[in-house]
Design a protein around this ligand. Structure first.
Ligand code: SF4
Ligand code: SF4
Length: 173
């Protein structure tokens, strides 16, 4: 992949979260990250921050590893420079969504929220188990209301409805 610096992209991330500028690439974030450990460094928060600093938009969006982040905040707690990594990752994810690069696993969850009001609808076995444990049936607000609200802000226009609902290759690591 050709690496092109996108100055507007970099400027926009910095305007959303100026803490990006303070990263001095110490790698504490990667050292503490559970996903980095699980993926043997394939997911590397330090590299994502470096790419953001350099404005490498194509790399960040075409290889959307940013979605592997669990938002556990360990890196944010330990970063010596107080870089707000997860906030920066959110900006990148928003770019991915706007450019139709949302991984299928997240796309299907978003469709589920639109259609049912929850990301992971409760199945009959789960409801049965809840009753066995003496818990009330899970209830959500009226899904029609959620759909109306989400459509009013154009949420549905950001999603892809022409793809399979699950894709184990993406977002499943
Ligand atoms: S821990 Fe903070 S300063 Fe160090 S590489 Fe990560 S983001 Fe940059
Ligand atoms: S918030 Fe994300 S990048 Fe930071 S340690 Fe957790 S999984 Fe890793």
């Amino acid at each position: 992949m050709t690496l092109t610096i996108d100055y507007d992209f970099r400027k926009q991330i910095r305007s959303y979260n100026a803490s990006l500028d303070y990263c001095f690439q110490c790698s504490t974030c990667t050292g503490i990250c559970p996903v980095a450990q699980l993926t043997n460094g394939d997911f590397n928060p330090r590299k994502l921050i470096e790419a953001s600093l350099l404005g490498l938009k194509d790399m960040l969006i075409e290889e959307p590893k940013v979605w592997y982040c669990l938002t556990c905040q360990k890196c944010v707690e330990l970063c010596p420079q107080k870089v707000e990594l997860t906030e920066i990752f959110d900006v990148i994810k928003n770019y991915c969504v706007k450019e139709g690069k949302i991984p299928e696993a997240f796309n299907s969850q978003a469709i589920s929220v639109l259609e049912t009001g929850v990301a992971l609808p409760f199945s009959d076995p789960i409801m049965k188990r809840r009753r066995q444990l003496g818990l009330e049936d899970y209830k959500t607000v009226d899904p029609k209301e959620i759909k109306t609200l989400l459509k009013s802000i154009g949420f549905d226009k950001l999603l892809r409805f022409d793809t399979p609902t699950t894709d184990k290759k993406e977002g499943g690591k």
